[in-house]
Ligand binder design. Structure first.
Ligand code: NAD
Length: 262
């Protein structure tokens, strides 16, 4: 299927690693141009030197970053067709009573307000163009409450409603808004030194791969494995394309069947 993404301009936050980096790679492969922000955009910059990818060093929890990013995209390419709100972080907590105001602020500032500000920065340009697509990376944690991730779960539930609100207000003016909700995707969250794979290896007293297999069993993932960033990126590309022009205010789980509820 021809996705007609050639020449489209996509703005991606958290584009330096994992799902954001895979989405950048997939969109570039479809002929799109990518402006990507990250605390460390090095890997994004290595995706190409043909001028189609613009790595931006930015902290998306900084209130000024979103406007600067949109400005960069407009200066470089003169339009913004797609926003993939993706920069997020998860920290495990001992429980609700031990999660401090400061931790709540930090999580909401990046995972929710970061998305709000990026949407606010790009929508005026999309309105002027008469078209655009917003795509927000939430999480299955935003549907399935997790006592070890109270602030993260709430931030991701907020993302789901943010997308609905944006879809309601802007679809009639040519801007779609959708959510993807991944679960258990093997990104550097697992694989970076000191990441989840290392913690699980210590916890289960197994090597990393065996520990991850055990983790898959414990979590009852029907697909029997973790997902891949490339699999999430395929969904991002499809939703970024006008082939899905009638899809808005919708949410797509990509989690190997792990969520037991409708
Ligand atoms: P990752 O750590 O590989 O990538 C996240 C990227 O965001 C990193 O490059 C990081 O530097 C960047 N980032 C973090 N804080 C930032 C900030 N303040 N400003 C700019 N960039 C920042 O993780 P990932 O698994 O690819 O996660 C991407 C998104 O997917 C997150 O929103 C996460 O909540 C969501 N998600 C991931 C999973 C999973 O299993 N991996 C599941 C559900 C949801």
């Amino acid at each position: 299927m021809e996705l007609e993404l050639t020449g489209r301009v996509a703005l991606i936050t958290g584009a330096g690693s994992g799902i954001g980096l895979a989405a950048a790679r997939a969109l570039l492969a479809e002929g799109a141009r990518v402006v990507g922000a990250d605390l460390d955009p090095t890997a994004l910059g290595e995706l190409g030197d043909d001028g189609h990818v613009v790595p931006v060093l930015a902290d998306m929890s900084d209130p000024g970053s979103a406007d600067a990013l949109a400005r960069t995209a407009m200066e470089r390419f003169g339009r913004i067709d797609v926003l993939f709100n993706n920069a997020g972080a998860a920290a495990t907590r001992d429980g609700f009573l031990d999660t401090t105001d400061e931790q709540w602020h930090r999580t909401l500032e990046l995972n929710l307000l970061g998305y709000v500000r990026a949407a606010r920065a790009v929508i005026p340009h999309m309105l002027a163009q008469g078209r655009g697509t917003l795509l927000h990376n939430a999480s299955e944690a935003g549907r399935m409450p997790n006592p070890r991730l109270p602030d993260y779960s709430v931030s991701k539930a907020g993302v789901r409603m943010l997308s609905k609100v944006l879809s309601r207000e802007f679809t009639g003016r040519g801007i779609r808004s959708n959510v993807i909700s991944p679960g258990f995707i093997r990104t550097p969250i697992y694989d970076r030194p000191g990441g989840l794979a290392d913690s699980l290896a210590t916890e289960f007293n197994l090597d990393r791969e065996a520990a991850l297999r055990r983790y898959v069993e414990i979590n009852g993932i029907p697909a029997g494995r973790l997902g891949l960033a490339e699999e999430v990126a395929a969904l991002v590309v499809l939703l970024a394309s006008d082939r899905t022009a009638f899809v808005t205010g919708a949410e797509f789980a990509i989690e190997g069947g792990v969520t037991p509820t409708v």
